[in-house]
Ligand binder design. Structure first.
Ligand code: CP
Ligand code: NVA
Length: 329
């Protein structure tokens, strides 16, 4: 498998074999890291990390992975760079591509990361756009495989806003890898018909099942994984909170939902999560709307069925695999 020079913009561009290759490579790199085996195979290279939105996991994953691989990294924060304000994306890209061996971009429309890729002579990695979050998917697949021992046929239920980056990307990766994806939400929050059609076409080839339910009980019965994400994503206006709370509260992941799914079921979340009042936004929402937890209850988040911190750790190993696969000679 040769992925040298390839961009990672959205998993729709990759074959199932390529996705599984990256997950296998991540498992190998994780093993090396745990055993203390040095793997600075990209010594002398440098990467640029453009973040137009904030981050904990993705940024730290890129920085730690780059360091483990022997690379230098430069973090461009949401306010300090000239991108899009004083200099066009196309011009910034050509400057960065002349100095760095790879470019990560986190920001708004998918079109922006696609433009960066168009002008870049070095690999570009999508660290989250409004539409897709591909590096998160690799970590999720690795985590699911570590837990269940396999991927094909796993029934993943996504509850909440399924038409944003995480929900969209989960539908794509499930389609690619022959999994069963169910979006359980108010139908207004289902992915776009265009993306559903693309995933249904992929599913015909891979044996995946893609379906939808507005009923939280019927939709989660027998699920292997219940996955959710915050109800209001980065970059969305505060004014949508009221509507989201009203429309998505029936789809909160609770202990009853987990029980309904069954003992085999694990809980996953890309994080960050509003499961208690220990966050600034959580407190504000509590003061305004009286909620003490949002997309998932604290009980589920802290339960033994929750594998969210294994999932978060795997961000680093999988991002490392993406960089190694696309940069190594
Ligand atoms: N899951 C994820 O992308 O987390 P960060 O926003 O902290 O990078
Ligand atoms: N949907 C969330 C994902 C965060 C990792 C957001 O875009 O804010």
């Amino acid at each position: 498998m040769n992925l040298k020079g390839r961009h990672l913009l959205k998993l729709l561009d990759h074959t199932p074999e390529e996705i599984l290759y990256l997950v296998d490579l991540a498992a190998e790199l994780k093993d090396k890291k745990k055993k203390g085996i040095l793997h600075d195979e990209l010594k002398g290279k440098n990467i640029a990390l453009i973040f137009e939105k904030t981050s904990t996991r993705t940024r730290c994953s890129f920085e730690v992975a780059a360091s483990d691989l022997g690379m230098g990294s430069t973090y461009l924060n949401p306010t300090d760079s000239q991108i899009g304000k004083k200099e066009s994306i196309a011009d910034t890209t050509r400057v960065l591509a002349s100095m760095y061996d790879g470019i990560e971009y986190r920001g708004f429309e998918q079109e922006i990361v696609e433009t960066i890729a168009k002008y870049s002579k070095v690999p570009v990695w999508n660290g989250l756009t409004n539409e897709f979050h591909p590096t998160q998917m690799l970590a999720d697949v690795l985590t699911i495989r570590e837990h269940f021992g396999h991927i094909k046929g796993i029934h993943l239920v996504y509850m909440g806003d399924a038409r944003y980056n995480t929900g969209n990307s989960l539908m794509v990766v499930c389609a690619k890898l022959g999994m069963h994806f169910t979006a359980v939400s108010n139908k207004k929050y289902f992915p776009s018909q265009d993306l559903i059609d693309q995933c249904q076409a992929i599913a015909k080839e891979t044996g995946a099942i893609i379906d939808f339910s507005e009923d939280p009980i019927e939709g989660t019965k027998g699920a292997d994984v219940i996955y959710t994400d915050i109800w209001v994503s980065m970059g969305e206006p505060d004014s949508v909170w009221e509507e989201r709370i009203k429309e998505l509260s029936p789809y909160r992941v609770t202990s009853d939902i987990m029980k309904n799914a069954g003992d085999q079921c694990v809980f996953m979340h890309c994080l960050p999560s509003f499961h208690d009042l220990n966050t600034g936004i959580g407190k504000q929402i509590h003061e305004k709307y009286g909620l003490t937890e949002m997309e998932v209850t604290d009980e589920v988040f802290e339960s033994s069925q929750s594998i969210v911190f294994d999932e978060a750790e795997n961000r680093m190993h999988t991002i490392k695999a993406v960089m190694l696969a696309t940069l190594k000679d």
